[in-house]
Design a protein around this ligand. Structure first.
Ligand SMILES: NC(=O)c1ccc[n+]([C@@H]2O[C@H](COP(=O)([O-])OP(=O)(O)OC[C@H]3O[C@@H](n4cnc5c(N)ncnc54)[C@H](OP(=O)(O)O)[C@@H]3O)[C@@H](O)[C@H]2O)c1
Ligand SMILES: *[C@@H]1O[C@H](CO)[C@@H](O)[C@H](O)[C@H]1NC(C)=O
Ligand SMILES: *[C@@H]1O[C@H](CO)[C@@H](O)[C@H](O)[C@H]1NC(C)=O
Ligand SMILES: *[C@@H]1O[C@H](CO)[C@@H](O)[C@H](O)[C@H]1NC(C)=O
Length: 481
C-alpha cells in the first residue's frame, strides 16, 4: 500500500448537499453535528450549500435548536459565532417525498444557487436520512428531478440495506437503473470510526504484527459488543430487528473482516473492498452449528431494570427476539484454517464496550512455558485504545513474571489533535468521492448470504428458546472464555 491514507481527490467548490428527512432523529443526532464539526475544524469548504428537505413545517432555526445539544465543542473555540456562520449555508425546502412539486422547488433552489456561483459542472450530494420504506421513492425522484446531468451526483444511504439476502438484493435492483455503483454511498457508520479505519494501518504498517497474525501463532479471534442498556423505548424497532441484524451482520462483521483479511493489493476503494469480499467468501453460511449462546435479557437481579418483555414498546409478549448472541465459526484459508472466530453481542449487559481481541497461543515449552499468552486488543468504544498484554519480570530480587500492557490510549497520545467522529469522516469521504469506507453491493451480498440461514433458523417455526439472563449481568451462562 502507498503511504497516503486515502485517495487524493480534489474537493469541488460550490457543492450542494441535500438532506432528505432533515427533521428526523439521525439528522439531528449525527448529520448536522458532523457537518458543523467539519465546518468548525475547517474541513467543510465554506462554498458548500446545505439544503434541508422534509414534509414538516419547520425552519432552519428549529433544526439548529434540535441539533445543538449533539454538537461537539471544536478544538479552536468560538463555536457560537461559527454556528451562526455555518447556518448561513443552510436553507430549508418543505415538500412531500412522493410527488414532484417539492422536488421542483428543490431544483429551483439548487439551480439558482449554482447559477449565482457560475457553476458549470454541478456536484450534488443527496443524503437519504429517511426511513428505508421510502428510500426508493426518494431515489427515484432525485433521478427524475434533481440529478446533476452535466456533473457529479452522489447518493448517501443509511442502513438497513434489506433484512435478509433476498430483500437486500431487491433493494439493489431498485437502485440499479437509477444510479451507477460509484454514485451510491452505503453507510456502515463503524467504518467511519477513526480506530476502525486504523486497523489496516496497524496490521500492515507493523511487519512484526502482520507476520505473527496467523494460525501458527493465534489461538482465537474474538469480537465483543456489549451495551449496558436494553431496547427501552425502541422495542418496536428492535423486536423486528434483533441483535444479529442490529450489529452483527454489519458492524461486527466489518471489524472482523478488517482484522482478518489479506493485505489489499493497493490503497484504493476497490482493492480494499475486493480483499474484504475475498475474505468473506472463505466463510461458510452460518447455521445452528455455529451457535454458542442465544439470550434475551430478563429483569435485573435487584428488580430495578425491566426485562425485555416488560418493555411497553415490545408488543409481542411472547417474543423470542434475541438481545444476546454468541457465534463461533471458521475462516477457510491458509492464514486462518482451524482458528476459532468468535463473535458476541448483547444488550442489557454489565459493560459498555466494543472490542476485538487477538489471543495468541500459549507456549508449551521453553524457560517460561505455560506463561500467560499475549493478547492484542483494540477497544473501539467507549475509549479508543490499543494494547498488547506483555510478560515481564516483576520488580525486585526474584524473577516472578508480571503481566503489563503495552498501551496506546488515543486520548493520551493525541491530546491536542482533532480526531474526527465517524460521521465526520464518512461525509468528508463522500464529498471527496472516496468510497473505501462505504459498503459495496457484493460485500452486502456475501454478508447476507452468511447470516440469512442463521436468521431463518432463529426466527423460524423451530426457533430455539433464548436463555433469559439478568439485565446488567455478563450474559447467558456457558459463553466461551
Ligand atoms: N437515528 C439513528 O440514530 C440511526 C442510526 C443508524 C441508521 N439510521 C437510519 O437512518 C435513516 C433515518 O433515520 P431516523 O432515525 O432519522 O428516522 P426518522 O426520524 O424516523 O425519520 C426521518 C424523517 O423522515 C420522515 N418520515 C418518518 N417516517 C416517515 C414515513 N413513514 N413516510 C415518510 N416520511 C417519513 C420524517 O420527516 P417529515 O415528516 O418532516 O418529512 C422524519 O423526520 C433510517 O434509514 C434509519 O434506519 C438511523
Ligand atoms: C407553518 O408554521 C408557521 C409558524 O410556526 C405558521 O405561521 C404557518 O401557518 C404554518 N404553515 C402551515 C401550512 O401549517
Ligand atoms: C504480511 O505477511 C504476509 C504473510 O506473511 C506477507 O506475504 C506480506 O508481505 C506481509 N506484508 C507486510 C506489509 O508486512
Ligand atoms: C515456545 O518456545 C520454544 C523455545 O523458546 C520455541 O521453540 C517455540 O517455537 C515456542 N512456541 C510458540 C508457540 O511460541
Amino acid at each position: 500500500m502507498t503511504q497516503s491514507a486515502s485517495e487524493p481527490v480534489a474537493f469541488k467548490k460550490d457543492t450542494v448537499l441535500v438532506i432528505f428527512g432533515a427533521s428526523g432523529d439521525l439528522a439531528k443526532k449525527e448529520t448536522f453535528p458532523a457537518l458543523f464539526g467539519l465546518y468548525s475544524e475547517g474541513a467543510l469548504d465554506p462554498s458548500t450549500k446545505i439544503i434541508c428537505y422534509a414534509r414538516s413545517n419547520i425552519t432552519v432555526q428549529k433544526i439548529r435548536e434540535m441539533c445543538l445539544p449533539y454538537c461537539r465543542k471544536s478544538t479552536t473555540g468560538n463555536d457560537e459565532a461559527k454556528m451562526k456562520e455555518f447556518f448561513k449555508m443552510v436553507s430549508y425546502v418543505q415538500g412531500a417525498y412522493d410527488t414532484d412539486d417539492g422536488y421542483i422547488r428543490l431544483r429551483d433552489e439548487i439551480e439558482s444557487f449554482e447559477a449565482e456561483r457560475g457553476v458549470t459542472e454541478p456536484h450534488r450530494v443527496f443524503y437519504l436520512a429517511v426511513p428505508p420504506s421510502i428510500f426508493l421513492t426518494v431515489a427515484g425522484q432525485v433521478k427524475k428531478n434533481v440529478y446533476a446531468e452535466n456533473g457529479i451526483t452522489r447518493v448517501i444511504v443509511e442502513k438497513p440495506f434489506g433484512d435478509d439476502l433476498e430483500s437486500s438484493r431487491e433493494m439493489q435492483k431498485g437502485f440499479k437503473p437509477l444510479f451507477r455503483p460509484e454514485e451510491i454511498f452505503k453507510i456502515d457508520h463503524f467504518l467511519g470510526k477513526d480506530d476502525v479505519r486504523r486497523l489496516l494501518t496497524v496490521r500492515f504498517a507493523n511487519p512484526f504484527l502482520n507476520q505473527s497474525w496467523n494460525k501458527d501463532n493465534i489461538e482465537s479471534v474474538q469480537v465483543w459488543f456489549k451495551e449496558p442498556f436494553g431496547a427501552e423505548g425502541r422495542g418496536g424497532f428492535f423486536d423486528s430487528t434483533g441483535i444479529i441484524r442490529d450489529v452483527m451482520q454489519n458492524h461486527l462483521l466489518q471489524i472482523l473482516t478488517l482484522a482478518t483479511m489479506e493485505e489489499p493489493v493497493a490503497n484504493n476503494a476497490d482493492a480494499i473492498r475486493d480483499a474484504k469480499v475475498d475474505l468473506l467468501k472463505c466463510m461458510e453460511p452460518l447455521g445452528p452449528e455455529n451457535i454458542v449462546a442465544l439470550g434475551q435479557y430478563g429483569r435485573s437481579v435487584d428488580g430495578t431494570k425491566p426485562s425485555y418483555l416488560d418493555d411497553d414498546t415490545v408488543l409481542n409478549k411472547k417474543s423470542k427476539c434475541l438481545t444476546f448472541t454468541e457465534l463461533t465459526f471458521a475462516i477457510h484459508n491458509d492464514r486462518w484454517e482451524g482458528v476459532p472466530i468468535v463473535m458476541r453481542a448483547g444488550k442489557g449487559l454489565d459493560e459498555d464496550r466494543v472490542e476485538i481481541r487477538i489471543k495468541y497461543k500459549k507456549n508449551t515449552s521453553g524457560m517460561f512455558k505455560g506463561c500467560t499468552p499475549n493478547e492484542f486488543v483494540i477497544h473501539f468504544h467507549p475509549k479508543p485504545t490499543i494494547y498488547m498484554t506483555f510478560n515481564t519480570k516483576a520488580p525486585g530480587f526474584d524473577d516472578k513474571l508480571h503481566q503489563i500492557n503495552l498501551d496506546m490510549t488515543y486520548a493520551q497520545e493525541y491530546k491536542k489533535d482533532w480526531v474526527p467522529e465517524a460521521y465526520e469522516c464518512l461525509i468528508k469521504d463522500a464529498f471527496l468521492g472516496n468510497s473505501a469506507n462505504y459498503v459495496r453491493d457484493d460485500e452486502l451480498d456475501v454478508s447476507w448470504a452468511l447470516f440469512t440461514p442463521l436468521l431463518k433458523y432463529v426466527e423460524g417455526p423451530n426457533a430455539p428458546e433464548p436463555e433469559i439472563y439478568p439485565y446488567g449481568s455478563t450474559g447467558p451462562k456457558g459463553i466461551l472464555e
